[in-house]
Design a protein around this ligand. Structure first.
Ligand SMILES: [Zn+2]
Length: 299
């Protein structure tokens, strides 16, 4: 993180010099509505569904990377400091970034997971941040988002209300569909084993036990003890299949699979949506993909 702070200071110096040269007291025009920045692609899509033509959304952590340990580059800070608002997940996900942002820009930080009941990390007081992996929580995110947007841009109220109603209906349909899909999986097979134990909120809402090689990507990853514990557990519980995520090196889970003889049966999206054209480039499509993979893999 020292690196990031250094880069940021560098960026502030450079931009200060540049502004001194060409600004001449003329404010940069923002003609295309609200400039919104958010931390990662999943929130980017959710905001996109609501904002309509009232603004545009950028996200910091690129698709394929995970937000827990991401090291920001100077353009990320420029992006946040130029924004009207910086929407974050909260539940300590972006703490590293918020600390830096708070010190160096006036951009307001708004937390979308406010009001979600936190689930603690195993053996820790810290909250698990992956609340977005349950659509029931994303309904709360959308409510927070819409309340903030209406205050920030009162003229857009009708647009936000209409888009939110449509999107909340889709989320409720997704929720019903998940319940229906899950009911096909034999109860004793409802175990999600991933590298990072990211589906705790999902598991609690839809009746899955969840396990990871590790609890969260920001902790130690892939120690001999973690491998031994999970290998023993998947054999003991007779787990039908293991899963990998698009944002974590799959070699960790391959080790568990080789040692336990339990196959890897699918890849899911946790900390990023899919690339465009993947069929999972929105939150709703990524969750549909995930649930299909779970259902097929655990039957
Ligand atoms: Zn994660």
């Amino acid at each position: 993180m020292k690196n990031a702070v250094f880069l940021f200071v560098f960026f502030v110096l450079i931009s200060g010099i540049l502004m001194g040269c060409d600004n001449n007291g003329v404010e940069e025009e923002q003609s295309d509505g609200l400039a919104i920045t958010t931390s990662f692609s999943v929130l980017g899509d959710i905001i996109d569904q609501i904002i309509g033509d009232r603004g545009h959304v950028d996200y910091i952590v690129p698709i394929g990377e995970e937000p827990h340990e991401y090291e920001p580059v100077p353009s990320d800070f420029r992006n946040v400091s130029d924004a009207d608002v910086f929407y974050v997940n909260g539940l300590d996900l972006e703490e590293w970034l918020e600390n830096i942002v708070e010190n160096v820009t006036d951009t307001e930080i708004v937390t979308l997971a406010d009001g979600v009941t936190p689930i603690p990390l195993e053996g820790d007081d810290e909250a698990d941040p992956h609340a977005w992996l349950s659509p029931k929580n994303v309904i709360i995110y959308v409510e927070n988002l819409v309340n903030d947007l209406k205050e920030r841009d009162p003229e857009g109220e009708a647009v936000y209300t209409e888009n939110a109603e449509a999107y909340l209906t889709e989320l409720e349909e997704l929720d019903d569909w998940i319940t229906e899909q899950v009911s096909q999986i034999p109860e004793e097979h409802r175990v999600i084993v991933l590298s990072e134990n990211a589906f705790k909120y999902f598991g609690e809402d839809y009746g899955f036990h969840t396990e990871g090689i590790w609890e969260i990507n920001s902790h130690e990853e892939g120690t001999p003890r973690q491998f031994a514990r999970l290998t023993e557990l998947v054999i003991e519980r007779n787990v039908p299949g293991l899963f990998v995520e698009t944002t974590v090196d799959t070699r960790y889970m391959e080790t568990i699979s080789n040692e336990s003889g339990v196959p890897i049966v699918g890849e899911v999206y946790t900390d990023a949506v899919g690339e465009s054209g993947s069929g999972a480039d929105t939150y709703i499509d990524m969750m549909r993909h995930n649930v299909e993979v779970f259902t097929e893999g655990l039957m």
